[in-house]
Structures are given as structure tokens and as C-alpha cells.
Design a protein around this ligand. Structure first.
Ligand SMILES: CC(=O)CC(=O)C(=O)O
Ligand code: MG
Length: 219
């Protein structure tokens, strides 16, 4: 059995060396922020210092005035993956979770203007709250699920995963040409429309309909 199959959330969190994130993978979200639709997967990275699990508060990075939530289906890698073909890609998946790609939107807007990197906007400590581990066997088709995000009891994001622009095999094939993925690494597959500013006291619930619910509070 591969290393990350059937493991607990805390085990994969300990193994993970990185979180690879796909940007602009849902047309409606790219358009809501005035971005072009990408022709190939747009990748950036967070480090394990970004992980938050339930019970830990979401905290904006110093100086951020516009913190946004982005709910995303996350894929957990089960074995070392380098130059993986699309046809083999799903055998490298050990399970799933749902995560928030917390984004300091003001820092990101500034970086976009100056051509600077997104590190402070996307990879600050605690920028990746994650839900529980969902074993691969519980999801027969990750492109036929619904992700949701509810803020203070109100639906904020809800979308089926079949509309993602680049599917999971395409993302794994593309990413592993450049970056070796290790067991426990996460791929965040991008967010649909509905990102918004969150402030201290907000309660963010998110998950995969019928399969996962997670709840975090902004401090
Ligand atoms: C514009 C973004 O912040 C890209 C991103 O993270 C996404 O999920 O899309
Ligand atoms: Mg994102």
C-alpha cells in the first residue's frame, strides 16, 4: 500500500513537504477578479507552515486589510511523483480533503501591479486551513462532487468540480514535469467564484457536500 493511503490528517500533515496550488482553474472566478482564462495550469506554492486544522484560528498576516477565503478541492499525493503521465496520474492520489487558500488580496493586487511574487499574499503562516482526510475509496470521481463555503451561515461559494478548467490528471502531469511531488503533498485545485473579504469573528464552514464539513473562525 502506498505511504499516504488511509492515513490520518495529522499523519499527512507531518509528511507533506509542500502545497501546490492551481490558480484561475474556474472560469467564473478568473472573471470575477478580471483575470484572463489560463491556457495552461497556473501554479504557485505554499509550505507546510500554511497548514491549519480545526480548532486553530485563521489570522490575517501583518498589515493585510483584505483577507479572502478561497474554497478548493485538495488532492493528497500518495507516492513520489515525477514526470507522471495523465493516464497514470490518479494512481498517485491517496485521498482528498477540502482546503481554504487564504489570500491577502491587497498584497496580491500589489504584487500583480509590480510583477512581484505571491509569497506574502498566499503562503503566510496559517494560510491553508484544511478539513479531514477523505480516503480515495470514498470518491469515485473527484470531478463529480460539490465544494461549498458558508460564511456566518450564508452560502458564499458552491460549485460542482466538473467545471474546473484543468482536471486532476492534467494538473498532476503538468506539475510533475517541473516539481517532484512527495507523499503527503497537497494539490489545491483552484477556487470557484464567490471569494470575499473576511474579518475577525467570521465563522467559515466549508467542505464537500455529503462527505466533509470543516469549521474555522477568523481571529
Ligand atoms: C487569483 C487567485 O488568487 C488564484 C487562485 O488562487 C485561485 O484559486 O484561482
Ligand atoms: Mg486559490
Amino acid at each position: 500500500m502506498a505511504a499516504a493511503d488511509n492515513m490520518s490528517l495529522s499523519a499527512f500533515r507531518q509528511l507533506a513537504t509542500k502545497i501546490v496550488c492551481v490558480g484561475r482553474n474556474y472560469k467564473d472566478h478568473a472573471l470575477e477578479l478580471g483575470n484572463a482564462i489560463p491556457k495552461k495550469p497556473m501554479l504557485f506554492m505554499k509550505a507546510p507552515n500554511a497548514f491549519l486544522t480545526e480548532g486553530e484560528p485563521i489570522v490575517a498576516p501583518p498589515g493585510c486589510q483584505n483577507l479572502h477565503q478561497e474554497v478548493e478541492l485538495a488532492v493528497i499525493i500518495s507516492k513520489t511523483a515525477k514526470n507522471v503521465s495523465k493516464s497514470d496520474a490518479m494512481s498517485y492520489v491517496g485521498g482528498y480533503t477540502v482546503a481554504l487558500d487564504m489570500t491577502a488580496r491587497d498584497f496580491q493586487d500589489e504584487a500583480k501591479k509590480t510583477g512581484g511574487p505571491w509569497l506574502l499574499a498566499k503562503a503566510f503562516d496559517g494560510s491553508c486551513p484544511v478539513g479531514n482526510f477523505i480516503p480515495k475509496s470514498e470518491i469515485s470521481d473527484p470531478h463529480n462532487e460539490e465544494i461549498f463555503c458558508i460564511i456566518n451561515g450564508k452560502d458564499q461559494q458552491r460549485c460542482r468540480t466538473d467545471v474546473m478548467i484543468f482536471d486532476i490528471p492534467t494538473i498532476i502531469e503538468y506539475a510533475t514535469k517541473f516539481v517532484t511531488l512527495q507523499p503527503g503533498d497537497l494539490i489545491l485545485t483552484g477556487t470557484p467564484a464567490g471569494v470575499t473579504k473576511v474579518v475577525p469573528g467570521d465563522v467559515i464552514e466549508f467542505g464537500l457536500t455529503g462527505k466533509l464539513n470543516a469549521k474555522f473562525t477568523v481571529q
